[in-house]
Write a protein that binds this ligand. Structure first.
Ligand code: IMP
Length: 424
């Protein structure tokens, strides 16, 4: 499986795409269209939000697992865009147990953020949190409900009985009409989705039992995890490796490799603590050279030096077997390069992640400086051709993390990477 080790936007899509080449199935297990996975293939850029990255290979079955929240209109738009670009989405399978994001979820996300004012979470305003909240409250509608119009209307009635007064009385918004909404989804979305709805858990196990290769594609990342991230500045799902067991219905013994995607520096979009954030010209340089603007929301990402305190924590929580380091080329012009190796909290050195949120807010990074390589890496395709300083930088990350790097990205293109060990 592929997971993000930071706050998302590590470039997971690129390596998922690369690994998907040798897979039979690629499965998304959490999140929704808050994700934005960018793939550049033969000069053509694909921005995927819900459809798993493996869709670009005709031999791969792309699958959306039960742990994902799906806005059906967004999914169908994405399918249309992919089809227009010549990508066949006929093989896409969608779990009947996945929950639906409906328009009131999105409205609630927007108004709740507005209500929080300067304390806002900085969500993507896609309705992700409200949809997962309904799932936990057991009032969510699932993909399979689209197949039963009577149930769909009944469930919508139950949930709108609560949501409409909340929207109208607390947030001064117009209520949603059950019939209009039900007709829209049952008439527009159901006929197009029906053929894709499947027992994805059964299909994953059939594939595993048949000796096929299955790749689980994480969205967001470790520090946006609802349980392990910088709560409340997190998403509402579990992107950590353990999330795959719940979100795709596979036990931990089926996972034999966990690749942690780590950007050579770090970024965060939205609110929340960020010990290594750079608000100076180096931060601006990382934003400009790294094109650090949200794939979906176009928001400018906050950037900083690599934080290995976070990385070590991600190695533990996700049982990472190896790292895929992305965007090494973005550091090409920087000299020296700093890496955070520990924090100072209230005058004390801390080598591991403080568990108390306010300590993370107060943490001051302790950096080590490494020489830059001041060379264009974008054309380097093999480890031996790396400048010594770049090799030293990668080794330093490996030492700090305690796990090896197996892949290193040196540009956005599908072929711009260096393999440190055979991709298997
Ligand atoms: P939500 O997932 O829209 O509820 O947003 C919660 C937090 O997660 C916000 O800080 C978002 O900016 C962040 N977030 C959600 N999805 C992504 C992503 O794919 N990349 C980076 N940040 C994300």
């Amino acid at each position: 499986m592929v997971v993000g080790t930071q706050w998302g936007d590590e470039g997971k899509g690129k390596f998922t795409d690369l690994l998907a080449r040798d897979m039979d199935m690629v499965v998304r297990y959490q999140g929704g269209h808050n994700a934005g996975h960018t793939l550049v293939v033969e000069g053509q850029t694909f921005k995927l939000q819900l459809v798993p990255s493996g869709v670009l290979y005709p031999h791969v079955t792309p699958m959306i697992g039960n742990g994902v929240v799906i806005d059906p209109r967004v999914l169908l738009d994405e399918v249309d865009r992919l089809s227009a670009a010549g990508v066949d989405c006929g093989r896409l399978k969608i779990s009947g147990n996945a929950h639906l994001i409906l328009p009131y979820h999105q409205t609630l996300d927007v108004v709740a953020e507005r209500h929080l004012g300067r304390n806002k979470l900085g969500t993507t305003k896609r309705g992700i949190g409200p949809a997962y909240a309904d799932k936990a409250a057991r009032v969510g509608l699932r993909v399979q409900d689209l197949l039963d119009p009577k149930i769909f209307r009944e469930k919508l009635g139950v949930v709108l009985h609560e949501k409409n007064p909340l929207l109208a009385k607390v947030y001064n918004r117009l209520p949603f009409d059950i019939e209009t909404l039900a007709n829209q989804y049952l008439e527009e979305c159901r006929p197009r989705l029906e053929a894709h709805i499947a027992d994805t858990v059964g299909l994953v196990h059939d594939a595993l039992e048949g000796g096929q290769n299955v790749l689980f594609e994480g969205a967001q990342a470790m520090f946006l995890d609802l349980d392990h991230g910088t709560y409340p500045f997190v998403t509402s799902s579990n992107p950590v490796a353990g999330g795959v067991c719940v979100g795709a219905g596979v036990g931990p013994r089926h996972i034999d490799r966990v690749i942690g995607v780590t950007k050579a520096y770090i970024s965060r979009v939205g609110s929340g603590p960020f010990p290594c954030e750079l608000t100076d010209e180096i931060g601006d340089h990382l934003v400009d050279v790294g094109r650090e603007y949200g794939t979906n929301t176009k928001r400018r990402r906050r950037c900083g030096w690599l934080d290995t305190v976070m990385l070590r924590h991600a190695v533990r929580v996700n049982s990472l077997s190896d790292l895929a380091i992305t965007k090494l080329d973005v550091l090409d012009a920087l000299d020296p390069i700093k890496v955070c190796v520990a924090y100072e909290v209230d005058g004390e050195r801390r080598d591991s992640m403080p568990y108390h949120q306010s300590e993370i807010h107060r943490a001051v990074p302790i950096y080590e400086e490494l020489p830059g390589w001041c060379t264009d890496l974008s054309g380097v395709g093999d480890r031996a051709a790396l400048p010594r300083e770049a090799e030293d930088y990668l080794r330093f990350i490996e030492e700090q993390a305690g796990v090896p790097a197996s892949l290193v990205g040196v540009g956005p293109g599908r072929d711009q990477f260096i393999s440190f060990s055979p991709v298997s």
